[in-house]
Design a protein around this ligand. Structure first.
Ligand code: HEM
Length: 547
């Protein structure tokens, strides 16, 4: 090796090491130093820190343990010695999501992951573009729009019940209710886009067949959750040459989970293209009379200049984002309520009595009657509080005050606020906030719908969380909170009134259920290694029970 080559090589190595030290190690050291006084659990692995416990489908006990031991703000160990905050304090959450929102942005990894999976819809954008999109889409999630939409939801709800009655005649009456709820949630979110999945033909078949979309989408969250440990490498992976090269690389590598994620993304994209083509054709043929998200965007594009038009890529992103965000979350919540009802027959009977009486009196319930049934409302709220389908979200950055002080790491003082270094990741624990005893009282861990039939507790009011929904974090708060929360609430209540009037649900003793944590929390058979959600419940038509 010549002297010049040797010197050049040395210079490259020194520059690379220098770059790594300045850009990675120094910020890492600063991040750790800023959190040195914050309490938290010891690291469980030299490279994975506590991630093995945090991103574990059985993370229930660990997450409860750290909050019980260290309080509403604590630090956890992330990959390769990095540290993060795990937060369930109301003042910290308010600051992060609302007061100082421009400072606290969505975590970059999650933004990148969302863009790769769903494109540039609401979940994958921030800043001005996000604000513009939110303004465009907000009317389709308003109470006014939902009032208009509700009557269109009934025909499918009747079809669902008839189909369930058929299914209950075989297999000892045991039906995978998660599948039913998933198909229903997809159908309803499709209605918001002006698309009918059931009977839509092509790639999509509803109740009676298999849905290519459903089969794919339901495994995306468990899969990406499984791949969480690799998230630190994602920013580098996406820089590995052009898209075609990265796609080919995934095909070539012996990495089953990455291949599966790629397949799901491609399927969701195919479905979105099919929906857009169908709606565009209907629009061009002058067949669009109703109100829905896609018709509104197509009409908008007809009224603005070329450079203002919403691109096909953005429209496809809105379709994928809305379908995905509005689908598995709602299906998971409905499944959880049905499971609770199956476990607690007295509460189930009380709910059945309330909804049956209302339906005898009013027939198909209108929006206001449906939304105001007190016990149904209490059951929905309590399930969404105690079992939020998404258990944590992610943000980054700055000075965070806390309402409930925590003991410092050395145990000598109390900590009232924390000043964090840029790029420190914050895990906002929805479930720990929703079960925080300082907010909800000593019975915070218990599922108790009665709490919603009593006056709001003082501790809940004092927490002053400006939450989107019923003082809880389930739909978060602020500019990037869930746009579809009322949509979800209406849909859940409609399906529950229809199902409870006609069927009784009980657990299937041969198949105990375990709720697996993931991107969203889903039911699986206890002990099973399968990631596909499933909820086998015994379904008995109420008519049959009475004869
Ligand atoms: C029980 C059902 C649901 C739950 C628990 C839920 C929960 C959430 C959560 C936790 C977020 C993230 C908020 C954040 O990062 O701060 C979110 C965002 C979102 N949700 Fe929902 N969601 C549900 C139903 C729906 C439905 C039915 C739709 C649409 C039809 C929907 C559309 C969205 C969209 C578009 C976003 C992104 C909002 C943005 O970034 O501006 N969700 N949801």
């Amino acid at each position: 090796m010549g002297l010049i080559t040797y010197i050049t090589l040395r210079a490259i190595v020194v520059a690379a090491v220098g770059y790594f030290v300045l850009n990675e190690l120094v910020p890492l050291y600063k991040r750790r130093r800023a959190l040195r006084n914050i309490p938290g659990p010891p690291s469980a692995s030299w490279w994975k820190g506590n991630w093995g416990q945090i991103f574990d489908k059985d993370g229930w006990r660990f997450k409860k343990h750290i909050v019980d031991t260290y309080g509403s703000l604590l630090k956890v160990n992330a990959l390769f010695g990095d540290q993060q905050l795990y937060i369930s304090d109301p003042l910290a959450i308010t600051t992060i999501f609302q007061t100082d929102r421009p400072l606290y942005d969505v975590n970059q990894y999650h933004l990148l992951r969302s863009r790769l999976c769903f494109g540039i819809g609401l979940v994958g954008t921030i800043g001005e573009i996000h604000t513009k999109q939110r303004k465009l889409l907000a009317p389709f999630f308003s109470t006014n729009f939902l009032r208009y939409l509700l009557p269109n939801f009934y025909p499918f709800a009747y079809e669902l019940c008839d189909h369930l009655e058929e299914l209950s005649k075989s297999n000892d009456g045991v039906v995978n209710m998660h599948k039913m709820m998933s198909v229903a949630a997809l159908e309803y979110v499709g209605a918001g886009l002006g698309y009918k999945f059931d009977g839509g033909g092509g790639v999509l078949v509803g109740l009676k067949g298999t849905s290519m979309y459903n089969d794919s989408a339901k495994i995306l969250n468990p899969l990406t959750f499984k791949l969480s440990t690799f998230r630190a490498f994602l920013p580098y992976m996406v820089k590995l040459g052009p898209a075609w090269f990265r796609k080919a690389l995934i095909d070539y590598l012996p990495w089953r989970d990455a291949k599966a994620v790629k397949k799901v993304i491609y399927t969701m994209d195919d479905v979105a293209k099919d929906i857009l083509a169908t709606r565009r054709q209907a629009y061009e043929d002058g067949q669009i009379n109703g109100r829905d998200i896609l018709s509104a965007i197509l009409r908008y594009n007809d009224t603005v200049d070329e450079d203002e038009k919403i691109s096909d890529y953005e429209m496809l992103s809105h379709i994928t984002t809305t379908l995905f965000a509005g689908h598995e979350t709602t299906a998971g919540s409905l499944s959880r309520i049905l499971h609770q009802m199956a476990i607690l027959p007295d509460q189930q009977e009380r709910l059945r009595k309330e909804v049956s009486e209302a339906r005898v009196k009013h027939g198909d319930l209108d929006f206001d009657t449906l939304m105001q049934l007190p016990y149904l409302d209490a059951i929905c709220k309590e399930t969404l509080r105690c079992y939020p389908p998404v258990d944590q979200v992610y943000r980054t950055q700055s000075v965070i005050p806390i309402l409930y002080p925590v003991r410092s790491a050395d145990g000598k003082t109390t900590v009232n606020y924390v000043a964090v270094e840029p790029k420190t990741e914050l895990i906002i624990s929805i479930i720990s906030y929703n079960r925080n005893k300082l907010v909800w009282g000593e019975d915070a861990e218990e599922w108790n719908p009665e709490r919603w039939l009593e006056p709001t507790r003082k501790s809940v009011v004092d927490a002053k969380l400006p939450a989107q929904y019923a003082n809880m974090m389930t739909f978060t708060l602020g500019g990037k909170s869930c746009i579809g929360y009322k949509f979800a609430e209406m849909e859940m209540k409609l399906i529950l009134t229809m199902l409870m009037e006609r069927f009784e649900f009980s657990v299937s003793p041969k198949e105990p259920i375990f709720w697996a944590m993931g991107g969203s929390i889903t039911p699986i058979i206890k002990g099973s290694n399968k990631i596909e959600p499933t909820l086998p419940l015994k379904v008995t038509p109420v008519k049959k029970r009475q004869t």
